[in-house]
Every structure is written in structure tokens, then in C-alpha cells.
Design a binder for this molecule. Structure first.
Ligand code: ZN
Length: 141
């Protein structure tokens, strides 16, 4: 169990992160509305605009994903289970939680997972990262 002070610090980090994501999402929404207004104007290179827009959408998917993670971390904080590894049940150190507040794994299980993923991507022969790998990238220490 974390001390009340540690819980408070972690809660503050999570809430600040949520705030930041919501701000980003709002900015993204403004961008889309701007785009709606611009439809029909032929001064814009359409293919370039499409590209910007799809990047924007991908970004928002990632934000949604992170937002979910933050919300469930806040829930775990509330329940007092935030420092329990969901894989092995061992304690996740406060230091690790402060660095990665949304993590659900202790460092041992995380490293284990990373090895698995690396092996997987080697089998598949993937070079670059695709959309659903991005959140995992963010989890790196
Ligand atoms: Zn573990």
C-alpha cells in the first residue's frame, strides 16, 4: 500500500496528465471544425490536407487510449490497488509509479512482456511501428 502522501502525489500527476490530454483533444476538435469550414475551397492541396487529417485522427485515438489508461489508474488509486502488479500481484514501487503512473505491471513483468513483444515482432518481420504499438512505446522506461 502507498502512504496517503504518495497516493496524493500520484493522484496529482494523473490528474495533471488527464488535464493535458483533454486540452489536446479540445485543440484537435477545433482543428476538425476548422477543416469542415474549409471544405470546398480549392486553394488547399487536398491530398496534403487528407494526410494532416488522418495524422490528427490517429493522434486522437492515442489520446483516447491514454485517457482510458489514466482513468483506470485513478480508479485503481481510489481502490488502493494501483501499486499491485496485475500480472504477478507484487508491489510496484512508488518510484516506478511516479515515472509511469498508468503502468499496471511491475518492472519484472514489464521486462518480460517487452521480451515477448520483441520476439513477436521479429517473427512477423515488422520494421516500423504501427498504430497499436505506439501506446506500448510510450510505456518504455
Ligand atoms: Zn509483476
Amino acid at each position: 500500500m502507498l502512504t496517503p502522501q504518495e497516493q496524493e502525489m500520484l493522484g496529482a500527476v494523473l490528474r495533471a496528465e488527464r488535464e493535458r490530454l483533454l486540452e489536446n483533444a479540445k485543440a484537435g476538435l477545433r482543428f476538425s471544425m476548422e477543416r469542415e469550414r474549409n471544405i470546398g475551397r480549392d486553394s488547399i492541396d487536398e491530398s496534403m490536407e487528407e494526410e494532416i487529417f488522418s495524422t490528427e485522427l490517429r493522434l486522437r485515438d492515442r489520446e483516447k487510449f491514454l485517457l482510458n489508461k489514466i482513468n483506470s489508474a485513478l480508479e485503481r488509486l481510489e481502490n488502493g490497488t494501483i501499486d499491485e502488479c496485475e500480472e504477478c500481484g507484487e508491489k510496484i514501487s512508488f518510484k516506478r509509479l511516479m515515472a509511469r503512473p498508468v503502468t499496471t505491471l511491475c518492472i519484472d513483468c514489464k521486462e518480460e512482456k517487452e521480451k515477448e513483444e520483441m520476439a513477436k515482432s521479429q517473427i512477423l518481420g515488422r520494421g516500423g511501428i504501427d498504430a497499436d504499438q505506439i501506446p506500448e512505446q510510450l510505456e518504455e522506461e
